[in-house]
Design a protein around this ligand. Structure first.
Ligand code: GDP
Length: 436
């Protein structure tokens, strides 16, 4: 699922890597590519428009952040907007204060309602609930038997009209099921309703009547993610005809594009509660917008890195250091502080390993040694404040003292001081070029 979208977004965002500053034109170009990626993923046009407008506005208005480079900032914005259109916070099932909780399922025939009834029942069972399934799809031959089979597999009771009485009245069955649940102490009632191949008035009316009769705590609209854009039209019809409080996406395992998932919440205003991704009872999970977004971006690790960088970063310290770079006043003290800030983010190799494309850098990564950083830190710590501010005063005897104090060879102290001067010169030149 989401494979193509994921690939496209990842490559669009990776193109930004290594860029110093993003101009408006850069942001516009990136937004255009994201727009194409979303449209190709079959995301509904109004959703794409809002998404792109938000990303653009935020990217252009973003403060220059010390913690994140521009590419990381755009990744962060795109991720947050994705989480937003997927619904923001995880929405849990509403349970009634006085049982039984009534959950009604609605959706087109073939959307996976019956299968979902079993999955939901099993899910609730594992959480200590005592669900009962109710067969209110009395139109489709075999629907009742199918629900009974699903119920048996899930290990729950199914309430159904007695066979032989002709086609029963689904509203009556629904009403009686609540009485039965109270009598037999089932704390959740899951009502499966009839679906049609297309939206029709009679089906809507029947569903609305059942809703009226049993006053469900949740009406879950079950939608097959593989129908793409049609999911949105169907959702709108159900919203207007029956009304629902939440969405369940099914067949996400067969949906490579993900447009339905990305559109349905934004278009209907109702949250996605669960996602189904297979025919087996256990192929089912609560829906978490944040996890889904990082899966779509295929950048879970990068997002973690961004979070860590933001936490470890000390804006004031970095600004002070940046100001000194320009004037060539950077001291070993600043150097140490910067190094410590980076260290707070975890072992350096892990950190680099999180960056996309780090696979090719394996050899270089192997050479980055935390121990080496430890030694540099020890050397700088072994210096007096005056030496750190003005390393020029470090003469032969001071070098010997520092080396002894920090347990390294004199050569290593020399190396550090020389490299510091080189780095400072280089940074000053770069700062000049970027007008810092
Ligand atoms: P209903 O008509 O809405 O009750 O739909 P069913 O529960 O009968 O499901 C229709 C078909 O979709 C059945 O063959 C199910 O096995 C299949 N199905 C349901 N959910 C999923 C899912 O998440 N993934 C896949 N691949 N198939 C599913």
């Amino acid at each position: 699922m989401f494979d193509t979208l994921s690939d496209r977004l990842t490559s669009v965002l990776q193109n930004l890597r290594g860029r110093g500053r993003l101009s408006e034109a850069d942001i516009d170009a990136t937004a255009r590519e994201i727009r194409i990626a979303l449209l190709e993923a079959d995301v509904a046009l109004p959703v794409v428009r809002t998404f792109i407008a938000n990303v653009k506005e935020r990217a252009k208005g973003a403060e220059v952040s010390g913690a994140l480079n521009p590419a990381q900032q755009v990744v962060k914005i795109v991720n947050e907007e994705l989480v937003g259109i997927l619904g923001g916070e995880t929405r849990r099932l509403n349970l009634a204060k006085t049982p039984p909780t009534v959950i009604m399922l609605a959706g087109l025939q073939g959307s996976g309602k019956t299968t979902l009834a079993g999955k939901l029942a099993r899910h609730l069972l594992t959480q200590g609930h005592t669900p009962i399934l109710v067969a209110c799809d009395l139109q489709r031959p075999n629907a009742v038997t199918q629900l009974q089979v699903v119920g048996e597999r899930a290990g729950v009771t199914t309430f159904a009209p007695e066979p032989g009485n002709g086609v029963g009245d689904p509203v009556d069955v629904a009403r009686r099921s609540i009485e039965e649940a109270k009598r037999a102490q089932h704390d959740v009632v899951i009502v499966d309703t009839a679906g049609r191949l297309g939206v029709d008035e009679e089906m809507m009316r029947q569903a609305a009547d059942i809703r009226e009769a049993v006053q469900p705590d949740e009406v879950l609209f079950v939608v097959d993610a593989m129908i793409g854009q049609d999911a949105v039209t169907t959702a709108e019809a159900f919203r207007d005809g029956v009304g629902f409080t939440g969405v369940v996406l099914t067949k996400l395992d067969g949906d490579a594009r993900g447009g339905a998932a990305l559109s349905v919440r934004e278009v209907t205003g109702q949250p996605i509660l669960f996602a189904s991704n297979g025919e087996k009872l256990e192929d089912f999970d609560a829906f978490h917008p944040d996890r889904m977004a990082s899966r779509i971006l295929g950048m879970g690790d990068v997002l973690t890195l961004i979070e860590q960088a933001e936490q470890a970063f000390d804006q004031e310290q970095a600004e002070a250091a940046a100001a000194k770079i320009g004037t060539g006043e950077l001291t070993l003290e600043d150097f140490l502080e910067q190094m410590l800030a980076v260290r707070k983010m975890g072992p350096i190799a892990n950190l680099l390993g999180m960056l996309p494309g780090a696979g090719q850098m394996k050899d270089q990564l192997a050479a980055v040694d935390d121990k080496h950083l430890d030694r540099l830190q020890a050397i700088i710590r072994g210096m007096t404040p005056a030496e750190r501010t003005d390393p020029k005063i470090i003469n032969a005897s001071r070098r010997l003292r520092i080396a002894k104090g920090s347990g390294v060879a004199v050569r290593e102290v020399n190396d550090l001081v020389n490299r510091f001067y080189e780095a400072r010169k280089m940074m000053q030149q770069m700062a000049g070029r970027f007008g810092l």
